[in-house]
Design a protein around this ligand. Structure first.
Ligand code: ZN
Length: 991
C-alpha cells in the first residue's frame, strides 16, 4: 500500500484541513484512483473520497439503521425525509430533482441494517445541486405528520369521506410492502432472514411487515431520525474527478452546525445454535388454484463474519463451484433429483455482520423436505471427500474476477457498495477495492492444499454446522381469505370502538390529506430548488466511438473504443428477416437451450464447464424494433452475448462457435428439465413481471413490433410452456434445430465488440472462419403478411393471484423519425412526472405510475405499478387530455422536462452497455447525425409544442387505445361491477 497525494489534492496524512483530519491516503492503481479518508473532528463524520478522472461524480450518505421492530421504520423514514426539508419546502424534492436534474443516479435504499442516499451526475453544478438537496433532506427534514401518514400509514373510509363506509389502512410504504408480500419468492426471503437471525436486527423487517406497519407512530418515526440521522453516525462516500478540497468546502459549513452525539447502532452477531431447526410456513394462492409443485424448500446456514475477507473470498468461490453453472455439482444434483423444478434462493450472502449460505428448490412438495436435505448433505459429503479439481477452482476464480474488474453501468455506485459494506461494520473500507490481492491469496491457499482447502470449509461450515434452518414454504388456499377476514374484523372492531368525534377526525384527516395531495407545490417552493438551465446542457449527445469494418466473407464488425479493463464484450447478431412465423414463439426456448443444453458432440455438463471456465456466460436474446429513419423497415435480430478475459479469448470464441453452429437439444431428459425450469419461471411472471405482461398485452394489436413483443415475451410464452412441457419432444426438437439452421447464413451476421486490441485481432480471424463455414444466401424480403395483428378487445383483465394491480394502457403514436418525436419525448416526461405520477402514486398510493413515449415502437403507454386501484387509475389515464388542456404549465416546466430527457444522452458510456447499444444503433440506422438532430430539436421544444403534440396524441389516438390490467380475479370483477358499461374482458393467466 503506497501513500501519496496527487496534484489536485495536495494533502498530507495527519494534516488538519478546515476541521477535517486527513487519516489515510491510498493509491489504488487498478482503479486508477486515490482514496482520501478524512474525519470531521467536531462531529465524528467519516468521509471517503475515491478521486480519479471519471466525470461521473457520486455523493452518498449512509447511516447504519438497525430496525428495532417490524414496523418498517427505516424504510418509512427513507421515504419521509425525501418529502420536504428546511430549505426546500416542496412535497417531493426527490421527484422534483428527478424532473429537473441531469442525475445519472438518484435514489435512496433501505438495507437490512443501513439506509443510503446516493446521487450522481456528469455535470459539476448539477452534482452539487443534488448533493445540497439531499443533504438538507436527510439532516433537516420536515417530517410532518401528514408526510408520515402519506408515506407510512393512515386510516381512510372506503367510500370517500363517508363515515358509514368501512375503515381501511392506506400509505405508500404500507402499500408497497403489501405488494412485495404478494410475491412468494419475496416472502421466502423474508422468512429466511426472520428465522436464521431471530435474535438480531437482521431478523427484523426493515422494509415493514404490512401487519405491523400500523403500529408505528409519528413520534416513533421522528425519534428514529433524531437518533440515527446525525453526522456522528454518517458515512459519506464520494467518487469522481472533483478535487477533495472542493468537497470539503461543501461539507465543512454544513457539518459545522452539528455537535457530536454518542450513537452506537447495535449490530450484534446472531448467537449460534446448538441444534438445527426446521420451520414450515405458507404463502397465499387463490382458492381455485392448484397447489401441486409449488412448495419452496430452502436450507440455510449461518457461516461466519462479514468482514473476514479470507473466508469471504473462499465462500464466494465455493458458491460458484457448487452452484455457479448448470454443471456445478450441487445445482446439478438438485435438478437431477427431480424433487423440485429449479434451484432458488441459493448461494453465499455477505450483506451484514454474519454471512450465510443457502440452497433451495422451488416447485417441490412439503413432504420432500427430508429428501432434499439428504441430497444436499450427500452431495456436499461427496465433494468434501473427493475434493475440488483445479479446473473447477480456476473457473470459479475466473468468475470472481468479473465481479472486481468489470466497469459496470453504475460503476461509482458499485464501488460504493463495496466500501460501505466493510466500513459500517468497522472494517477497512478499502478492503474489497484490493480484490486482486485477495484473489491472489485465494489462489495461494488453494495451491498450498488443493485437496483440503474447500473440503475443510464444507465440513466445518456446512455439514457439521448446527446453525442450520430447514425452511419449507407451501402454498395455502385459505390463508389470504382468513387474513382478509381477520383484518376486516379488526377494522370493524376498531371502528366500533371509536366515538363519533373520533370518526369525524379520521374523516377530517382523510380530507386534509387529500386536499394536501391535490395542492401542487407553489411556484415559489419549486423555485427554491437549485436548478440547471437548458443553456447549461451539452449541445451534443455523447456518442460511442465505433469503427465499422467489413470482414472478408461478409460479416460486419463494430469495434467500440471504450476502456474495458481487461474484460472483453462480444455480441454476435443474426438478422431474423425471413424467419418463418411459426418459429418466432420458439426463440426464447432456443435461448434457454443455448444456456442449458449441449453442443458439438458434448453434453450439457461439458459445455457448461467450458462456458463457466472461460467466459462470463453466454446469453441469447431476440428482439424486434423499427429502423430509426424508416417506420416501415422492421429490424429483427437475435444476439449471442458473451464476455471473457483477455487470456481466455481462444477458448471463449471456441465455445461460442460450438453453440452457434452445433447446438444440440436432443438430450431429452435434460430438455425436460429445461422446460420445467422455464415453466416455473413463466408461472411466476404474473407476480414477478405483472406490469411487463400488462403492457405487452395492451400493445399487441398496435403494430407489428408490438405483436412480436407479445409473442416473444408476453402471455403466449406462458401458454406455450404449459402446452409443450409435457408433450412429445420431437416437434420442439425440430423447431430448435430449424432456428439453428436458419441463423447459419453469413449475410445475417453483424458483430459488436468492446475490449482489448489484441483480442480484436484474434476475433477478426475467427469471424472470417465462421463466415466461411456458413452458407451465403440472399436474405429474402420480409414477408410480414403472416403477422398482421388481429383486432384485440379494447379493455382486458388478466387474472392471477395477487393483491395489487398493474394497469396498462397503450395507444399508437408517432414514429421516432417524425419531427414530433423529440417533442413527444419531452411532453411524455412532463405529463408523466407532472400529472400521472402525482395522481397514481401520490394520490392513489400506487408504488409507481407514469406514461411514456416509445418512438421506435410508435407507441404511447400509461402504467401503474403495485396499484391498489383499477378504475381510479384508468380514469386518470383517460382524463389526460382534459388535464393537458387546462394545465398551467410554464416554459420553466418544459425546460425541466428537456433537462430530464437530455440526460438519457449524457449517460456515462461503460463497456458493459456500449457493446449492445452500438449494435442496436448500427442495425436501426441511428447515426450520430440523427441523434444530434434529435438532441438539437429537443433542446428547442416550447410550451406550445408540448401542448399541441399531447392534444394531437390523445385526440387522434384515443380510439385505438387498449387497456390491460393484471390483477386478481376478485379485484377485476369488483372493478367491473363498479363500471359495468366499461367492463374488462377477464381471462385467467394460468388456466
Ligand atoms: Zn419504498
Amino acid at each position: 500500500m503506497s501513500s501519496m497525494s496527487d496534484s489536485a489534492n495536495p494533502f498530507r496524512i495527519n494534516e488538519r484541513v478546515d476541521g477535517f483530519l486527513v487519516r489515510r491516503i491510498t493509491r489504488l492503481e487498478n482503479l486508477r484512483s486515490t482514496a482520501y479518508e478524512l474525519f470531521h473532528e467536531r462531529t465524528g463524520a467519516r468521509i471517503l473520497h475515491l478521486h480519479n478522472a471519471d466525470a461521473e461524480n457520486l455523493f452518498s450518505v449512509t447511516f447504519p439503521t438497525p430496525p428495532p421492530d417490524d414496523t418498517g421504520v427505516p424504510h418509512i423514514l427513507e421515504h419521509s425525509v425525501l418529502a420536504g426539508s428546511r430549505r426546500y419546502r416542496v412535497k417531493d424534492p426527490f421527484f422534483e430533482m428527478v424532473k429537473c436534474s441531469m442525475a445519472t443516479f438518484i435514489n435512496a435504499m433501505t438495507g437490512s441494517d443501513y439506509t443510503v442516499y446516493p446521487v450522481a451526475s456528469n455535470v459539476r453544478q448539477d452534482f452539487y445541486n443534488l448533493a445540497e438537496v439531499y443533504w438538507d433532506a436527510v439532516f433537516h427534514p420536515l417530517l410532518t405528520e401528514k408526510t408520515f401518514q402519506r408515506e407510512g400509514h393512515h386510516l381512510e373510509f372506503t367510500a370517500k369521506g363517508d363515515v358509514a363506509g368501512d375503515l381501511i389502512v392506506k400509505g405508500i410504504v404500507y402499500n408497497e410492502m403489501k405488494g412485495a408480500r404478494s410475491n412468494p419468492e419475496a416472502k421466502v426471503y423474508d422468512l429466511i432472514e426472520k428465522n436464521l437471525w431471530p435474535d438480531t436486527p437482521y431478523g427484523k423487517d426493515s422494509g415493514g411487515d404490512p401487519e405491523k406497519i400500523p403500529d408505528l407512530s409519528w413520534k416513533g418515526l421522528r425519534d428514529f431520525h433524531g437518533r440515527f440521522y446525525h453526522p456522528s453516525n454518517a458515512y459519506i462516500f464520494l467518487y469522481g474527478d472533483i478535487p477533495t478540497s472542493e468537497h470539503l468546502r461543501f461539507l465543512g459549513p454544513r457539518l459545522a452546525e452539528f455537535g457530536k452525539t454518542d450513537v452506537r447502532p447495535d449490530l450484534p452477531p446472531q448467537p449460534r445454535w446448538k441444534q438445527p431447526r426446521r420451520l414450515e410456513d405458507v404463502y397465499p394462492v387463490a382458492p381455485a388454484d392448484p397447489t401441486d409443485g409449488k412448495t419452496f424448500i430452502v436450507l440455510n446456514w449461518l457461516i461466519g463474519s462479514g468482514i473476514d475477507t479470507r473466508e469471504l473470498f473462499a465462500f464466494s468461490a465455493l458458491d460458484r463451484i457448487l452452484l455457479g453453472s448448470q454443471s456445478a455439482p450441487l445445482r446439478k444434483a438438485l435438478v437431477d433429483s427431480k424433487l423440485g423444478q429449479d434451484v432458488t434462493h441459493s448461494g453465499f450472502w455477505a450483506n451484514g455482520v454474519d454471512t450465510s449460505f443457502h440452497v433451495g428448490l422451488k416447485g417441490s412438495e412439503p413432504e420432500r423436505a427430508e429428501q432434499v436435505l439428504k441430497v444436499v448433505r450427500d452431495t456436499l459429503a461427496q465433494i468434501a471427500e473427493h475434493g475440488i479439481s483445479k479446473e473447477q477452482f480456476d473457473a470459479a476464480v475466473q468468475q470472481l474476477k468479473y465481479r472486481f474488474l468489470e466497469i459496470t453501468p453504475s460503476f461509482p455506485l458499485h464501488l460504493m457498495g463495496y466500501v460501505i459494506g466493510m466500513w459500517q461494520h468497522g472494517a477497512d473500507p478499502l478492503t474489497l477495492l484490493h480484490a486482486e490481492e485477495h484473489i491472489r491469496k485465494l489462489n495461494a491457499d488453494f495451491a498450498a492444499k488443493p485437496a483440503r482447502r474447500f473440503a475443510d470449509l464444507i465440513r466445518e461450515k456446512l455439514l457439521d454446522n448446527p446453525h442450520r434452518l430447514l425452511l419449507v414454504v407451501r402454498p395455502d388456499r385459505e390463508v389470504q381469505q382468513r387474513k382478509d377476514t381477520e383484518f376486516a374484523a379488526k377494522m370493524r372492531k376498531l371502528k366500533d370502538s371509536l366515538s363519533p368525534v373520533q370518526l369525524q377526525d379520521i374523516r377530517k384527516d382523510q380530507q386534509e390529506l387529500e386536499a394536501l395531495l391535490n395542492t401542487p407545490n407553489s411556484p415559489e417552493a419549486i423555485a427554491s430548488l437549485p436548478q440547471l438551465k437548458v443553456g447549461d446542457l451539452p449541445p451534443k449527445p455523447r456518442h460511442i466511438p465505433t469503427s465499422v469494418e467489413k470482414l472478408s466473407g461478409g460479416p460486419t464488425l463494430l469495434n467500440n473504443d471504450v476502456f474495458a479493463n481487461g474484460v472483453n464484450y462480444l455480441h454476435v447478431s443474426f438478422d431474423l428477416t425471413g424467419l418463418p412465423a411459426e418459429l418466432y414463439p420458439y426463440l426464447p426456448l432456443y435461448g434457454d437451450c443455448v444456456q442449458k443444453m449441449g453442443a458439438a458432440g458434448q453434453d450439457f455438463v461439458a459445455i457448461a464447464q467450458r462456458v463457466s471456465g472461460f467466459t462470463g456466460g453466454v446469453a441469447f436474446s431476440a428482439g424486434v424494433t423499427t429502423a430509426v429513419d424508416d417506420p416501415n423497415r422492421i429490424v429483427r435480430h437475435a444476439v449471442f452475448a458473451t464476455k471473457f478475459l483477455d487470456e481466455n479469448v481462444e477458448q471463449a470464441l471456441a465455445v461460442v462457435r460450438d453453440l452457434v453452429f452445433e447446438l444440440d437439444p436432443r438430450d431429452v431428459p435434460r430438455l425436460k428439465d429445461v422446460l420445467l425450469q422455464s415453466r416455473a419461471y413463466q408461472r411466476a411472471r404474473p407476480t414477478s413481471d405483472g406490469l411487463g405482461l400488462a403492457l405487452r398485452h395492451a400493445a399487441r394489436g398496435m403494430n407489428l413490433d408490438g405483436y412480436f413483443q407479445e409473442i416473444l415475451g408476453g402471455i403466449p410464452q406462458i401458454s406455450l410452456l404449459e402446452k409443450i412441457t409435457d408433450a412429445a419432444p420431437e416437434p420442439l426438437l425440430e423447431r430448435i434445430d430449424a432456428i439453428r439452421r436458419f441463423l447459419l447464413n453469413r449475410r445475417r451476421l453483424t458483430v459488436s465488440f468492446t475490449g482489448s486490441p489484441s483480442v480484436a485481432e484474434v476475433l477478426r480471424r475467427r469471424l472470417g472462419e465462421w463466415a466461411a463455414a456458413m452458407r451465403d444466401e440472399a436474405i429474402a424480403e420480409a414477408s410480414v403478411d403472416d403477422f398482421v395483428p388481429t383486432a384485440v378487445p379494447p379493455r382486458e383483465g388478466l387474472a392471477a393471484p395477487m393483491n395489487v394491480a398493474y394497469c396498462a394502457m397503450a395507444m399508437p403514436s408517432a414514429h421516432i423519425s417524425h419531427p414530433d418525436g423529440p417533442r413527444l419525448a419531452v411532453a411524455s416526461r412532463l405529463l408523466s412526472l407532472g400529472y400521472v405520477l402525482e395522481e397514481v402514486r401520490f394520490k392513489g398510493t400506487a408504488y409507481g405510475g407514469g406514461c411514456s413515449y416509445n418512438g421506435a415502437g410508435r407507441l404511447w403507454t400509461f402504467h401503474s405499478y403495485r396499484d391498489p386501484w383499477v378504475n381510479r387509475t384508468l380514469d386518470v389515464y383517460a382524463s389526460s387530455l382534459n388535464h393537458v388542456k387546462s394545465a398551467d404549465w410554464s416554459q420553466g416546466d418544459v425546460d425541466r422536462a428537456i433537462i430530464g430527457t437530455a440526460k438519457e444522452g449524457e449517460r456515462p458510456i461503460r463497456p458493459t452497455q456500449a457493446t449492445g447499444t452500438a449494435l442496436s444503433r448500427y442495425l436501426t440506422g441511428d447515426t450520430p447525425q440523427l441523434r444530434e438532430a434529435r438532441h438539437a430539436a429537443m433542446l428547442g421544444v416550447t410550451l406550445g409544442d408540448v401542448r399541441r403534440v399531447l392534444i394531437e396524441q390523445f385526440e387522434r389516438n384515443a380510439k385505438g387505445a387498449a387497456v390491460c390490467v393484471v390483477s386478481s380475479r376478485q379485484k377485476l370483477e369488483e372493478a367491473n361491477s363498479q363500471r359495468p358499461e366499461q367492463a374488462l374482458e377477464i381471462n385467467d393467466i394460468l388456466k
